[in-house]
Design a protein around this ligand. Structure first.
Ligand SMILES: [Fe+2]
Length: 186
């Protein structure tokens, strides 16, 4: 039977123990490091596949930012003696697989394909934002302020891409509708 993770055991006064939470945080940092490395490959492929110059640029810029995110995570791991693993979480790997499927789903229509590529990037970034929110909160609770600051900086960059992707998607949809109206003489 699955038991509650030891990292969430409470002390007598109801507070979460610091050392188990620290171990949990560092394990999640290593998982995030592996997940970002996988995401880096996928983002580069999305950027190469994008037909819209603006979407391609947004994704390429985020490839460069993601390299920096990996470096920040690696610094935290080095500082705390965490070895780099190669396996991200099952959930993140599953998300990546779903995203790749989505990106390939409308290969015949370049306009819809770009819409799918942006949706894939949104899925990935939204999940990363949630992960960094949690990691930053735990680091802050543990007094690991350097790690908390690094996580906050990365989260801000993920959120910026997310809002730019939403803006791009809205503009792309408006432009597609305009083209359709022009073709049909509406
Ligand atoms: Fe990201």
């Amino acid at each position: 039977m699955t038991t509650v993770t030891p990292a969430l055991r409470l002390t007598g006064d109801g507070a979460i123990r610091q050392e188990p939470l620290r171990r949990l945080l560092l394990r999640q940092v290593a998982e995030m490091h592996a997940a970002e490395k996988d995401a880096l490959q996928v983002l580069a492929e999305l950027a190469a596949a994008a037909r819209s110059p603006r979407l391609g640029l947004l994704l390429r810029l985020h490839v460069a930012e993601t390299r920096e995110h990996i470096t920040r995570l690696r610094h935290i791991m080095d500082r705390h003696g965490v070895p780099a693993g190669t396996l991200g979480s099952r959930g993140k790997r599953g998300l990546l697989e779903d995203c790749i499927e989505l990106a390939c789903s409308e290969a015949d229509d370049p306009t819809v394909r770009d819409t799918a590529l942006a949706a894939v990037a949104l899925h990935l970034e939204h999940d990363e934002i949630a992960s960094y929110q949690v990691l930053r909160m735990w680091a802050s609770q543990l007094g690991m302020h350097d790690a908390s600051d690094a996580m906050g900086m990365t989260m801000g960059e993920e959120q910026r891409l997310e809002s730019r992707l939403i803006q791009w998607s809205a503009a792309h949809h408006r432009a597609s509708q305009g083209r359709t109206a022009f073709r049909t003489g509406e």
